[in-house]
Design a protein around this ligand. Structure first.
Ligand code: PAF
Length: 290
């Protein structure tokens, strides 16, 4: 990470330095927002930073590719890493502090705690990526307790993660407001994701079918279509569009992620599917958001 003369962003790698900065802001009566990331920043992350700046005086971004949320067979080693470019992006975005800990700062020798959220943590992505949400819950709890921000912002693109983190802070009485921010999309509807970097040009051309299929399914369910039949048809449509494997397409209650019983409930249609080696996830509300 290279800070140059024009950088106003400060980077710290240890918890004491992070806490000292946050305490100094608190003494000045300033409010603090945290935006946790795994780096490889794109416009979606910058939207989170922008929103954070509108809602708080000081913004902390964290950058940590969390090994605990990747299964041994997953893409931890290949996950895109571009710390210098991320630093520049955050600096240009006016973020105040970057917390970029090494793995031994987050998980020193002897680290033994695992936060497991039953129910929400074991369904949908949790069923297909065993242990993933334990890793997310553990690292997010640590980041929140290390920073103690007033608010923390997460994208709706990872909708299940957002619902899970709301549960986590409620269950553990972590004094922070969790803010969900709508998904940022390319012009053709593809949700921005660091994993889009894995798509070949041909796969990239087919990938927007995920969003289109979810929108069509959400509309059918909101109009009274049979939920199971619509989900099955959406799964078939994704395979037809070039996705090689569909982990799930499901309609769920937007607040609890319990199976949706009617198109009149606040609902969300969620899916995960492989386009080539990229596992893409996306979700849409049942009715257009106001
Ligand atoms: O959404 C992400 O990028 C990660 O899951 C998070 C919240 C930063 C935890 O590692």
């Amino acid at each position: 990470m290279v800070a140059n003369n024009t950088s106003t962003l400060i980077a710290v790698r240890d918890v004491d330095s992070l806490r000292r900065r946050v305490k100094a802001w608190r003494r000045e009566g300033k409010s603090v927002a945290l935006v946790p990331t795994m780096g490889a920043l794109h416009k979606g992350h910058l939207t989170l930073m922008d929103r954070a700046q509108k809602m708080a005086d000081c913004v902390v971004a964290s950058l940590f590719v969390n090994p605990k949320q990747f299964a041994p067979s997953e893409d931890f080693a290949a996950y895109p890493r571009q710390e210098n470019a991320d630093f520049e992006l955050l600096n240009s975005a006016g973020v105040h502090l970057l917390f970029a800990p090494d793995v031994n700062v987050m998980y020193p020798a002897g680290f033994s705690t695992n936060i497991q959220i039953t129910g929400i943590g074991g369904i949908l992505d949790g069923a297909h990526r065993p242990g993933h949400f334990d890793g997310v819950s553990t690292v997010v709890a640590k980041l929140l307790l290390q920073t103690l921000p007033d608010i923390a912002l997460f994208g709706e693109k990872d909708y299940q993660q957002l619902v899970l983190i709301r549960r986590l802070v409620a269950d553990l009485n972590i004094p922070v407001d969790i803010i969900g921010v709508p998904t940022v999309r390319e012009a053709d509807g593809l949700a921005l994701s660091s994993r889009n970097a894995y798509l070949t040009p041909e796969e990239r051309a087919k990938a927007p079918a995920l969003y289109a299929t979810l929108c069509a399914a959400a509309k059918s369910i909101a109009e009274g279509g049979d939920i199971a039949a619509v989900a099955a048809a959406a799964k078939a449509a994704l395979l037809e569009s070039g996705f090689r494997q569909v982990d799930y397409v499901e309609a769920r209650n937007a607040d609890t992620l319990a199976p949706l019983t009617s198109g009149k409930e606040p609902g969300r249609v969620l899916a995960a599917a492989f386009m080539g080696r990229a596992r893409l996830i996306d979700n849409v509300p049942l009715s257009p958001q106001k």
